[in-house]
Design a protein around this ligand. Structure first.
Ligand SMILES: Nc1ncnc2c1ncn2[C@@H]1O[C@H](COP(=O)(O)OP(=O)(O)OP(=O)(O)O)[C@@H](O)[C@H]1O
Ligand SMILES: [Mg+2]
Length: 286
């Protein structure tokens, strides 16, 4: 069954919400169509829409969300892109002041020109599982970086991963488990590459002290020392190169926040302003 067109995004979001709440269908035809398409997995309800030959993964707000998570996710993805990292392209749609509905969509990197692109999660790559295996030593950024190198991904992918680890540490995205990283096979390059970053969302409820993945061998704790400890695993030649990369990145994360403010709106802006100050303080030498 084909994915619904993007023009149906509002109806689709309402239907996904109803499914989550175990309510009867808003549109029985659409419900049947959603039930007949494969699930992408993950904790939140989602579906795919089609826009020409592009496919987007659609994630609506949930009634249990304490904040406008779709808005926060879109703004964070844009932040990563503004910093110069390879983050999936996203878009956000609110449905007006009177509507409690909002939705974000993420351009599917496992489809190109309408065809499937072979994609593998970091959970498979690291021979671990999510959910489950939490706290396992396989859940590790340095391990993932070494594995990327082992399977022939270029050096820039390991560096990109290092930068994503820092970004997650600063913004407090502690949902960075191994199913939230992936690789895909790019036929034009004839090799596996790290996919664009996806599902990068700051924890809206508290400032995390730990990431889901280890920053250095044996430790999930968010700290400057930890972020730098295993820099060699990412192909960085030594302390000096790692420090320079880290400090440059922190400056860019701080500098680009101005571009993200409007996307967040006042409430999320003040949350993230505070989070950013805390995160930078922890990751810089003060
Ligand atoms: N832009 C994308 N292109 C292709 N696949 C994607 C994209 N974004 C997410 N996915 C896939 O869909 C799965 C679920 O998406 P996502 O992680 O965004 O949802 P979630 O419900 O927030 O997940 P979680 O359980 O981590 O909170 C991902 O694990 C990944 O395999
Ligand atoms: Mg996810």
């Amino acid at each position: 069954m084909s994915a619904p067109p993007i023009t149906e995004i509002e109806k689709l979001s309402a239907e996904l919400q109803a499914m989550q709440l175990r309510r009867p269908p808003v549109d029985p035809h659409l419900r049947r169509r959603l039930m007949a398409t494969p699930s992408m997995g993950g904790a939140r309800p989602k579906a795919t829409v089609r826009d020409g030959d592009q496919f987007w993964l659609v994630k609506p707000i949930l009634p249990s969300d304490t904040e406008d998570i779709p808005r926060l996710e879109h703004a964070t993805q844009e932040w990563g892109r503004a910093v110069g990292l390879n983050f999936a392209q996203t878009a956000y749609t609110g449905f007006g002041e009177d509507s409690a509905l909002s939705v974000m969509r993420s351009l599917r990197f496992d489809r190109q020109h309408g065809l499937r692109v072979m994609t593998l999660s970091a959970a498979s790559l690291l021979q671990t599982e999510y959910p489950g295996h939490s706290g396992s030593s396989a859940w590790s950024y340095p391990n993932l970086a070494r594995t990327l190198t082992m399977i022939g991904a270029p050096q820039e992918d390991a560096i990109e991963l290092f930068c994503r680890m820092i970004f997650n540490a600063v913004i407090g995205n502690d949902d960075d488990h191994p199913r939230n990283h992936a690789i895909h096979y790019l036929h034009d390059q004839g090799r596996w590459r790290l996919t664009p970053a996806f599902d990068v969302v700051p924890n809206p409820d508290f400032t995390p002290q730990y990431l889901a993945m280890e920053l250095s061998h044996g430790s999930h704790q968010i700290s400057r020392a930890n972020a730098l400890h295993d820099a060699k695993a990412f192909g960085l030649s030594g302390d000096e190169e790692a420090v320079e990369l880290l400090d440059g990145l922190l400056d860019r994360i701080e500098g680009r926040f101005d571009q993200v403010r409007l996307l967040l709106g006042p409430r999320l802006e003040s949350l993230m302003q505070e989070r950013l100050s805390e995160g930078l303080q922890r990751m810089r030498i003060m």
